[in-house]
Design a protein around this ligand. Structure first.
Ligand code: ADP
Ligand code: MG
Length: 351
């Protein structure tokens, strides 16, 4: 049985259809990340789970209980917002304990819960401070602390790290991952950041315009993207995509890419289609039959890795390498078993 279940969810704002026929089942204890470009409906979906937004059609069920018409306070769900949503006039203790006061819990129990959460989040030294006396990362921990003390069935996180600088973001990413392992809670986490999604998620939902493009583990999504949207969304720099025109198709099994013939025994090429290869699967040293000479346009030095930008026949080429490149003219090698094929609708052609 699914712990959290979405059945045919629809949501519009006026004429703007934001979520359509959304179906998903989440298992208990899993860390689910909703990943997609800005405006694709991630926050709207989260707000519908929390009860902050009305559902037009469909059902959301938590442990088989229909959430649709339950008040937000009755859902046993805690949400952590990007903006932290702390009360400026309250100190850290008061902010964390805020949600508990309305429940019938003794003062001592509240104190124990707050201290326990504060210890987990390493803010137990800061309980007397006001939000303005805290760093961004500390404020975010307070917001998470407030969620933890409510002991919810489900945690919702809406881009909780996007207001933090890069170093803090990666630190908090690790903290949140540890927190999940410790609490074994079910989490639905929204982000537009593929690194957060890849590092945190048990399973990722790739969303585009209110629909699911793919639902799978980080490895499944990286290794077996359903379509070009997913293939380009995961991986940095993004996958190289080359269009194969009718005139490049030599026979039903063979086509030409950069004047090299490539044969796939189990695929039939009839219409134009696309070939993809990740920048990390084009090599400068591992020689293959598929060798192409290119001119280097630009090299981005990331320290341990270089990103080489080039182009050939109007196609941009991106290569990831650890090699130091001195020459302007280099030979690159494609690994044939790392090529992805997509049909003319941009869906994956299985080979
Ligand atoms: P995301 O979180 O993926 O960036 P949102 O769920 O915030 O996207 O928004 C999805 C779409 O719904 C956007 O086009 C946005 O403008 C619209 N939208 C969100 N909330 C409202 C609202 N309260 N009223 C009208 N339109 C909204
Ligand atoms: Mg959002």
């Amino acid at each position: 049985m699914a712990f959290l279940k979405f059945e045919d969810i629809d949501k519009s704002f006026g004429e703007n259809n934001v979520i359509s026929k959304f179906n998903l089942e989440v298992e208990k204890g899993k860390f689910i990340v909703l990943l997609g470009p800005s405006g694709c409906g991630k926050s709207t979906l989260l707000r519908m789970i929390a009860g902050l937004e009305k559902i037009d059609n469909g059902k959301i069920l938590l442990e088989n209980n229909l959430l649709n018409d339950l008040l937000p306070s009755k859902r046993q769900i805690a949400m952590v917002f990007q903006s932290y949503a702390l009360y400026p006039h309250m100190n850290v203790f008061q902010n964390i304990s805020f949600g508990l006061k309305s429940e019938k819990i003794s003062k001592n129990d509240i104190k124990d819960k707050v201290i326990e959460a504060a210890k987990i989040l390493k803010i137990d030294e800061l309980l007397e401070r006001r939000p303005k006396e805290l760093s961004g990362g500390q404020r975010q921990r307070v917001a998470i602390g407030r969620a933890i003390t409510r002991n919810p069935k489900l945690f919702l996180f809406d881009e909780p790290l996007s207001n933090l600088d890069a170093a803090l973001r990666s630190e908090m990413r690790v903290e949140i991952s540890k927190l999940h392992k410790k609490l074994k809670s079910t989490i639905v986490y929204v982000t537009h950041d593929q690194i957060e999604a890849m590092t945190l998620a048990d399973k990722i939902v790739i969303m585009n315009k209110g629909k699911i493009e793919q639902f799978g583990s980080p490895d499944e999504i990286y290794d077996n993207p359903n379509n070009i949207f997913v293939a380009e969304f995961i991986g940095n720099p993004k996958m190289n995509i080359f269009k194969i025109k009718i005139e490049d198709i030599i026979n039903r099994n063979t086509f030409k890419l950069f004047n090299k013939e490539i044969k796939f025994e189990n695929v039939i090429f009839e219409k134009e289609f696309y070939v993809g290869i990740r920048p990390e699967h084009i090599s400068l040293e591992n020689k293959s039959e598929f060798a192409v000479d290119i001119n280097v346009d630009l090299i981005e030095n990331l320290g341990s890795e270089k990103i080489i930008y080039s182009h050939l026949n109007n196609a941009e080429i991106r290569i990831k390498s650890t090699q130091n490149i001195k020459d302007k003219n280099i030979t690159i090698y494609f690994q044939k078993n790392k090529l992805y094929l997509f049909d003319n609708n941009k869906n994956r052609l299985k080979s």
